[in-house]
Design a protein around this ligand. Structure first.
Ligand SMILES: [Zn+2]
Ligand SMILES: [Zn+2]
Length: 349
């Protein structure tokens, strides 16, 4: 009933806004509002691999919530729709961070920037690997007229949060900086696109978000004994039926021809894609690295959707049980969570 009432009111507000454009800025608010039980939590808004959005999982977006303040990490396709569905207040997003520039982690950036601004988001820290600034520049030049028109309709009275007030920070490898009272460290991972892992320290609680990565000792050192690790868990898909041969053979891929030519002369530029490395941890490596990091809480995300077309998510109860068992056998002692779109996990100190 409450939902119906607020839907009608929202519709009326939107109607007035579009037709007359006289709604004051304070009324141009996003409907709803999420209530959080924990002062620090992690929410997997989009938990899928590329193309997951065409089935049952939006592409990647992880949100760190701290007393109603939001840090958004990555924004793959349809993640912004899920963010709105979860009723997270866009105005309280003060930081957007990109782990890497693959489309399944960044293609909703334009929607995120626009709707955050229209729903009252102002000053923003934008953090990511090299070239992140180019994406923001594209947003504010290509969409300038659109931003201005919508700013008028929404009566925002300022362009702060869209055309100005956005601080871009491009990161290479190891670094350390503060976002207000949250301290952040970074480390480069191993992926076919330059990928950064982020470590947040909030009131003594530590959270690591890996982005996409294959096995690297650097991640073990970076994330060892932290409170929570949000990990690329793609290949738990094979927990019940691991492939016999784990050898990663890139030569087969690189021998393929495009427009009559192979990629054998492909030389990746620094901080761009490197097709020569394994992109994700295979199942055995995933179990090994999670046990070596041994965080108190492990949240596995970037999970496969209904690729078999069976109408069920491949992360069945049986599969989850097998992953838990294998982690335990490898020496992992913490708690394990499997991401769903909209799953919120309170971070324990
Ligand atoms: Zn990727
Ligand atoms: Zn990905």
């Amino acid at each position: 009933m409450q939902f119906i009432k607020s839907s009608v009111l929202n519709f009326l507000a939107l109607f007035l806004l579009l037709v007359f454009g006289f709604v004051s800025e304070t009324n141009a608010q996003q409907p709803g509002g999420k209530v959080h039980e924990d002062s620090i939590s992690v929410i997997t808004i989009g938990s899928g691999v590329p193309g997951g959005c065409f089935a049952n999982r939006a592409e990647e977006m992880t949100v760190i919530q701290n007393k109603g303040r939001y840090i958004v990490l990555d924004c793959g396709y349809t993640s912004v729709m899920k963010l709105m569905k979860e009723k997270l207040p866009m105005a309280n997003i003060d930081t957007i961070m990109l782990t890497h520039l693959h489309a399944d982690h960044s293609s909703d950036f334009l929607n995120l920037m626009l709707w955050r601004f229209l729903y009252g988001g102002r000053k923003l820290d934008l953090v990511g690997p090299p070239n992140t600034g180019e994406y923001y520049k594209f947003f504010k030049t290509f969409y300038k007229d659109d931003i201005m028109y919508r700013a008028m309709v929404f009566n925002t009275t300022t362009t702060e949060g869209a055309l100005k007030g956005v601080k871009v920070r491009e990161i290479k490898g190891k670094s350390r900086f503060n976002l207000g009272d949250i301290s952040v460290e970074t480390e480069a991972m191993v992926h076919c696109m330059y990928d950064l892992a982020y470590k947040f320290t909030i009131d003594g609680t530590t959270i690591v978000v890996t982005g996409d990565t294959s096995y690297t000792k650097k991640l073990v050192t970076f994330a060892k004994n932290t409170d929570m690790v949000v990990m690329d868990g793609s290949f738990i898909l094979y927990a019940l039926n691991p492939p016999k041969d784990y050898n990663f053979d890139v030569s087969g891929l690189l021998a393929r021809k495009y427009d009559g030519k192979t990629y054998d002369k492909y030389k990746p530029k620094p901080y761009s894609g490197n097709f020569l490395v394994e992109s994700h941890c295979n199942y055995a490596d995933l179990i090994k690295i999670c046990a070596e990091m041994n965080p108190k809480q492990l949240l596995l995300t970037h999970l496969f959707h209904d690729i078999y077309g069976k109408g069920i998510d491949p992360q069945t109860d049986e599969l989850k049980e097998k992953v838990r068992k294998d982690l335990k056998s490898a020496g992992f002692t913490g708690e394990v969570y499997f991401a769903e779109d909209g799953l919120e996990v309170g971070v324990k100190k």
